[in-house]
Write a protein that binds this ligand. Structure first.
Ligand code: AMP
Length: 230
């Protein structure tokens, strides 16, 4: 079994056990998603420690708004529902702040959001970063000339599309989706964006389901960041 369906199924296993969902710190070790609280007390200036404590409390607030829905979309699956995060003004605002803080100094010109839940965080990030927004959509939804990428699912393949003129060689791109499960969808989106030769591509998720190790399916050269790791 591979692709998104495996993601759904395995997520059920994770969510039924204890999942601490650590929050990556600000200021150092962003690339290490499993940083724990103990790190806060060592090697950091008091100011950085305080900033990290504030950051953690904001992220804990966002985490507290995630709703686990059992048996959706199939029996045995635990769905990480972010509608309960997005409907909360404080949590939604904080997601914007976090995304802006992550990419503010990177010269981002376009944020690519993956249909459909990736449109929400993606559009917020684009607004915060003064960047453009580009949708990656299911086949037949985009009106003009498109590029397509296919990826494996449990049975057969799935296809996503992007407008052929969406990205150019001067762009610095963040590709955003709500949840990293197996990584199949994001890997396909990355290939689409890469084929248009932007200067740099960053990958971002709100939630990463670490037990599925979706990162192994993402390109090694990509800088991958998740706000919350479960
Ligand atoms: P992936 O397996 O990483 O390709 O995930 C495919 C898509 O399914 C992603 O866009 C996720 O948003 C979504 N997804 C997969 N598993 C879950 C889950 N447990 N909760 C919420 N969304 C999920």
């Amino acid at each position: 079994m591979s692709g998104p369906t495996r993601g759904w199924l395995s997520a059920a296993g994770i969510a039924s056990g204890f999942s601490p969902c650590p929050v990556p710190l600000r200021g150092r070790d962003r690339s290490r998603p499993y940083t724990r609280m103990a790190t806060l007390t060592s090697n950091l200036s008091p100011l950085t420690s305080f900033a990290n404590l504030l950051h953690i409390s904001y992220m804990e607030y966002i985490k507290s708004k995630i709703r686990d829905v059992n048996d959706f979309p199939k029996k045995g699956i635990v769905f990480k529902d972010l509608t309960t995060v997005f409907k909360d003004a404080k949590a939604l605002h904080q997601i914007g702040e976090e995304l802006a803080a992550l990419y503010r100094d990177k010269g981002v010109t376009k944020v690519v959001g993956i249909e459909s839940r990736g449109f929400i965080g993606g559009a917020i990030a684009a607004f915060e970063l003064n960047a453009g927004f580009v949708p990656v959509r299911k086949p037949g939804k985009l009106p003009a000339d498109t590029l397509q990428a296919s990826y494996d699912k449990e049975y057969g393949k799935d296809v996503i599309e992007i407008h052929r003129d969406a990205i150019n060689e001067d762009d610095v791109v963040v590709i955003h989706d709500d949840v990293l499960a197996t990584g199949g969808t994001m890997a396909a989106a990355y290939n689409l964006v890469k084929s248009m030769n932007p200067k740099k591509i960053y990958i971002n998720f709100i939630i990463e389901l670490s037990a599925l190790d979706g990162r192994r399916n993402l390109p090694a050269e990509a800088e991958v960041t998740s706000l919350i790791v479960c």
